[in-house]
Design a protein. Sequence first.
Length: 361
Amino acid sequence: MELDTILLCHLTVSFVAAMTIMVGAWSAARLLRPGKQGGEGEGDASVDPSVAAAAKRRRKMRKKKKKGKGNLPNPQVESENPNSPPPRSLLHLGVIMDGNRRFGRSKYADAGGNEESLANTSIPTGYLRGHYDGGMKLVDFISWCIKLRKLSPSPCLSHLTVYAFSSENYSRPPSELKALHNVFMSFCGTLISKANDWCLRVQLFSSDGLKKMPKEVAEAFVELVEATKNNTGMVLNVCVGYGGRDEILNGVKGVVEDFKSKVVDFEDVLKMDDEGFGEYLSGGSKTPLALKHLNLPPAAKPPLLDVVLRTSGEQRISNFLIWQCAYSEFFFLEKTWPEVEEKDLRRVKDDFERRVRRFGK
Ligand SMILES: *[C@@H]1O[C@H](CO)[C@@H](O)[C@H](O)[C@H]1NC(C)=O
Ligand SMILES: *[C@@H]1O[C@H](CO)[C@@H](O)[C@H](O)[C@H]1NC(C)=O
Ligand SMILES: *[C@@H]1O[C@H](CO)[C@@H](O)[C@H](O)[C@H]1NC(C)=O
């Protein structure tokens, strides 16, 4: 028992360190303005000199071009520079789909009536309709990702991970929760009818095991996961009842549990690296304790999270994939989630593939 406690302390210290690194990565995030390219390596002091020189040359070139015709740099020219790192494709995209309520408020004049009646239809009305539009936007967004996968010469967008409902969101007013539950049911119903044609596989990332969701909502998600488990195309990870800190904490508890039942010994734990610990997180081979009661099929592990995209002008991570985003690039869009267009996805992909990634080396 005492050893368990010591072990937990050890682990907690390392995770605090990991979180510190994560916060550092976050503060390096840059703002994407429409039509403007994020600067590469700007303000980074620990840069390989040859890469820094190449970046300087590119900046010069860009300045020259701006003076001339005011064009954006031509990506083709940049990638031909022998000092540029090889282009990387966007494999794993994470999206914080923010602004549904704001969109609803601005688009749907308040229908009057009490909130409960607005929420109590399969398509919520009044401003709550914004949540429905957001759910349907996700269906469109998935179809754009699948289209891009087909068009891209190299593999891309193998995983899309979306933040549908955070553990903090349970504190929304009851009428809004009701509207969201209806939207989740509509979303699962719509997606289940398309997923097999799209060869789409759906996974559930949840740090609370949907225990606070109504039974029929939890069942709809589980059915969607079960019905698509054999599909081999893109993987959609839906974060519902999800919090990144809880996910890490659950991972620690999973390790302690394995230690207690002698699946791992003390040496294994001391030697465990981030990859090994990652098996205890969402998508890993060790089913998180919080999900065990749902009997989900074995997970498909996502690759590194390349990009976090957040809409609606907020620049916070809000407890989304905080372990996984250590090396992610961040993109922020001013528009709300239901206003997102196909060209925004393409811009994020193109811009990511132009940015220099050094993984801190
Ligand atoms: C919600 O809808 C159901 C069935 O459509 C109805 O029986 C129930 O009374 C409604 N509740 C509210 C609060 O409007
Ligand atoms: C829902 O959760 C997300 C992430 O924590 C947050 O950005 C958003 O503001 C929350 N919305 C409400 C209404 O609580
Ligand atoms: C998935 O494949 C297994 C094994 O071939 C099969 O038994 C099962 O019915 C399939 N499930 C679905 C939902 O296609």
